[in-house]
Design a protein around this ligand. Structure first.
Ligand code: UD1
Length: 440
């Protein structure tokens, strides 16, 4: 519990600077978290490269260590020794802070035949149940009991191995696809996942598993076929670049009317964001196969509806809403993936945005300028939206609640400062935070 007189970190942004230069995009958080859980599947050592420096990654390392995986870190490289997993129970204090920690359920069940994983936590953007994960594991022969907030799963029989199954997902859930895909790599026989999620992070996880000897076909399409193998072997695997971080910087460039380059990126993974940016006005140019450049222009409103990949990502919705708040005309933003993911609206309104919300739809009427204000992060991508809004706003924006931002953005202040933004992280006494007027 934080006491009243403690200091809390905030980011102060002095808006109005034009950005210039190249930003280096880190490894993808969502790929890295699933792949880290996937190391449990391996019977040998594994090396992962290009890991982003994030609170979520540290937390996942702590969860894996608690299970018995030995981990050594050297910069953005992590070495995992999962040979002697001693503990099939993931610790509640850690799992409750990170939804992705639930990903350990599939690999633990596949390796040990039994596991206990507390129901997960994470951003408060909706109910986020795990029924699809559980039903998939049940279809593969697991007995699953959910009691006192803990999911207990076990496989019957001497060999304690899951059995391949045909699994149709009612919704193309990223997490459920990953859980079932990982669990089935060591199952007896063939597993077919229909209506699977098609996100690039699914392909990255499949490529990682295949690099250890798994047999997976169709990742990136809506039907994935996995043929179980006896064991998985050592690998050395680089995580793909983070498309959400890249999109956030594209928005930062667009909203400040700046020309910036991003490297490394996989442009195909940004197709929906790039298409939407072009509709709003700025150009995005391919300078090389892994480098893109944003050419700024005036901004005009556009409608956005979030959808599973290849549709427009829910993880980019908040940042684009900040951009639309300063784009001429009206825009409609419809959130279909999570039921409670418009919490940034109230904070953007504090900065002068003209947005009305009805249900899962936000109607944005562009304004010529935003004004800096004290604002509160409510979830990870909402905090990124406030950062980009602050870059364009007149005067000072003070962002509280940095634990969300730190979960998912690797050195965002350093990267923005290198582009010429005027911002800093400072510690502010808690009593000042309860009096917003003192932060202006
Ligand atoms: C992942 C991403 C997250 C992203 C989301 C959608 C990670 C660590 N996180 O989250 O950043 O916003 O994909 O692209 O990769 N659902 C169920 N039952 C389930 C599972 C999900 O009803 O068993 C629902 C969820 O409540 C939500 C929707 O399906 O409304 C999408 O969730 P899902 O695709 O599973 O997202 P996550 O894997 O949690």
């Amino acid at each position: 519990m934080e006491s009243e007189n403690q200091n809390q970190p905030v980011i102060e942004i002095f808006g109005g600077s034009t950005l210039k230069g190249e930003v280096r995009i880190s490894g993808a958080k969502n790929s890295a978290l699933a792949i880290m859980a996937g190391t449990i599947l391996c019977s040998d050592d594994c090396r992962l490269r290009n890991l982003p420096n994030l609170a979520d990654i540290t937390r996942m390392s702590q969860i894996l260590s608690a299970i018995g995986v030995k981990i050594e870190q050297n910069g953005d490289i992590l070495d995992f020794d999962p040979k002697n997993i001693g503990q099939s129970q993931a610790p509640y204090e850690l799992v409750s802070q990170l939804r992705a920690s639930f990903f350990v359920i599939g690999p633990l069940l596949a390796r040990l035949g039994t596991t206990r994983v507390p129901l997960p936590g994470g951003c408060a953007i909706g109910a986020r149940p795990v029924d699809l994960h559980v039903r998939g594991l049940q279809a593969m022969g697991a007995d699953v009991l959910i009691e006192h907030g803990v999911v207990q799963a076990s496989v019957k029989g001497n060999r304690k191995r899951l059995t391949g199954a045909k699994i149709y997902l009612d919704y193309p859930s990223v997490g459920a696809t990953e859980t079932i895909m990982m669990a089935s790599t060591l199952a007896d026989g063939e597993t077919i996942i229909e209506n699977a999620a098609q996100e690039p992070e699914i392909i990255d996880l499949a490529n990682f598993c295949c690099s250890m000897g798994a047999k997976i076909m169709g990742a990136g399409t809506n039907t994935i076929v996995i043929n179980g193998v006896e064991r998985l072997h050592s690998t050395d695997y680089p995580i793909l670049p983070d498309r959400v971080e890249a999109a956030t910087f594209l928005v930062a460039g667009a909203i400040t009317h700046s020309e910036i380059s991003l490297y490394p990126v996989i442009p195909a993974h940004l197709a929906s964001a790039i298409a939407k940016l072009r509709e709003i006005g700025p150009k995005v140019i391919l300078d090389a196969s892994d480098r893109i450049r944003l050419i700024p222009s005036s901004l005009k409103g556009a409608d956005i509806e979030t959808l599973p990949y290849p549709g427009f990502p829910t993880d980019m919705q908040a940042q684009f809403m900040a951009l639309l708040a300063m784009s001429e005309g009206s825009s409609m933003v419809t959130e279909t993936v999570f039921e409670n993911r418009l919490q940034h609206v109230a904070e953007l309104q504090r900065m002068g945005a003209n947005i009305r919300v009805k249900g899962n739809v936000a109607v944005v009427q562009g304004v010529p300028f935003l004004s800096g204000a004290p604002v509160m992060s409510t979830d990870l991508r909402a905090s990124a939206a406030l950062v980009v809004a602050g870059l364009a706003a007149e005067g000072k924006t003070t962002i509280q609640g940095l634990k969300h931002l730190d979960r998912g953005y690797d050195d965002i202040e350093g990267k923005l400062r290198k582009l010429g933004a005027n911002l800093r992280r400072v510690n502010v006494p808690s009593e000042l935070l309860s009096n917003p007027a003192s932060l202006v």
